[in-house]
Design a protein around this ligand. Structure first.
Ligand SMILES: [Zn+2]
Length: 386
């Protein structure tokens, strides 16, 4: 760490700066540019590298190589020339909100349960945290509240560089063994952690922390959180979605799940009624069939393949019918089952699928599948076959 030319360590809020181009090296897809000083934060400590511009040339990523900050561009910049740098501040501030929120959340988990944060990914959409022990939903909701209370307390973030002796007696979180100068970031009352990233000056700037999900992993817990503007956007999206449900079901916006439950219950009742009515109609059709006729074709709706199969079986056995075909209507056409004790159905199935854009098949005595077409055409087609 060289605080002299890494301007983000002097001021994490610096958006613009002037510098000299020290080197411009061609790389695979562009150029790696080193500057006399920079406000571009290079990827490190779980925080992605900054984006921005140098004299209007886009910087698409920033990394450190052998202690030098490298700005990646598609266009070259002349060595020795003066450049004006601007970082993509909206993106950087978002990363500062997520990163600082992660400290507070992980620190509070550590304080309450003694777990370490063993994985941290600051993604495009969410922040993913892996903790070294089990956490219940209740634990996470409690920690979410504590983290937000810490934010409302708006305490100042403290950055220190303790001596080796001071470090030895300091209780802090750290991801790896540390050597040389160690930068300690303290969110008073919530977290003390060795970190090289950029952080908000006061906790209040994080705005809001929201836990989105948790999953049990081997011996630990994976938690997704969002902070700051991301948390606001998340709440807005969920609110908009819930408002749609509320309007669709004419339900109070805080009682949508009860309305969905009622609707699903009603749907279940209607489906069962439709099923019963369809079976009654099929029974009537069966009763009207002549004993021993070569082919029976039945059309119905709301009956699944298993029931169609058992109905065809009954018709063949009770009425001594050669071939029975049953079609059940669904949104985009029909599901079908054809059973036969007298014919090889495989060529019939192929011809049927070709004629009615269908799919499916099966052994010689039973085929099943789905197709589209109208009832009269399907009947006429089958009557020609048998
Ligand atoms: Zn940090």
């Amino acid at each position: 760490m060289n605080e002299m030319n890494e301007l983000y360590y002097q001021d994490a809020y610096l958006r613009d700066f002037d510098a000299e181009v020290l080197s411009c090296t061609p790389i695979k897809d562009g150029y790696a540019i080193a500057l006399s000083q920079t406000a571009f934060y290079p990827e490190g400590g779980g925080q992605p590298g900054d984006h921005g511009t140098l004299n209007g040339v886009e910087v698409f990523d920033t990394h450190t190589k052998d202690g030098t900050v490298l700005h990646y561009t598609r266009e070259p910049l002349a060595e020795g020339s003066a450049v004006h740098g601007s970082i993509d501040w909206e993106r950087r501030f978002d990363l500062m909100q997520q990163h600082s929120g992660e400290h507070i959340f992980s620190g509070l988990i550590h304080k309450q349960f003694g777990y370490e944060n063993i994985g941290f990914h600051l993604g495009e959409e969410t922040v993913t945290l892996d903790f070294s022990g089990p956490l219940s939903e209740e634990d996470l909701l409690k920690t979410e509240l504590l983290a937000n209370e810490h934010i409302w307390g708006n305490s100042e973030t403290i950055i220190t560089y303790p001596s080796e002796e001071e470090l030895a007696s300091l209780d802090f979180r750290s991801k790896k063994e540390l050597h040389g100068t160690v930068r300690i970031v303290t969110f008073p009352g919530a977290d003390v952690c060795a970190c090289c990233g950029t952080h908000v000056t006061r906790a209040g700037e994080i705005g809001l922390i929201k836990v989105l999900s948790c999953q049990n992993r081997k011996n630990g817990t994976r938690v997704d959180i969002v902070c700051g503007k991301r948390a606001l956007n998340y709440v807005r999206d969920i609110y908009a979605e819930n408002m749609k449900i509320s309007h669709l079901l004419s339900a109070n916006v805080k009682e949508t799940s009860a309305a969905v439950e009622r609707t699903l219950h009603e749907l279940g009742v209607l489906r069962r009624e439709r099923h019963r009515a369809a079976l009654t109609a099929l029974e009537a059709e069966k009763a009207a069939l002549r004993e021993g006729q070569p082919l029976a074709v039945l059309f119905t709706e709301g009956i699944d393949t298993r029931d169609l199969r058992s109905f065809c079986n009954q018709i063949i056995e009770e009425k001594g019918i050669g071939t029975c075909a049953a079609f059940s209507q669904r949104e985009d056409g029909y599901q079908y089952v054809i059973l036969s004790h007298s014919a090889d159905l495989r060529p019939v199935g192929k011809a049927l699928n070709t004629a009615f854009s269908g799919r499916g098949g099966g052994p010689a005595e039973m085929i099943q599948g789905a197709l589209t077409g109208n009832e009269a055409n399907i009947r006429a087609f089958l009557e020609e076959q048998f």
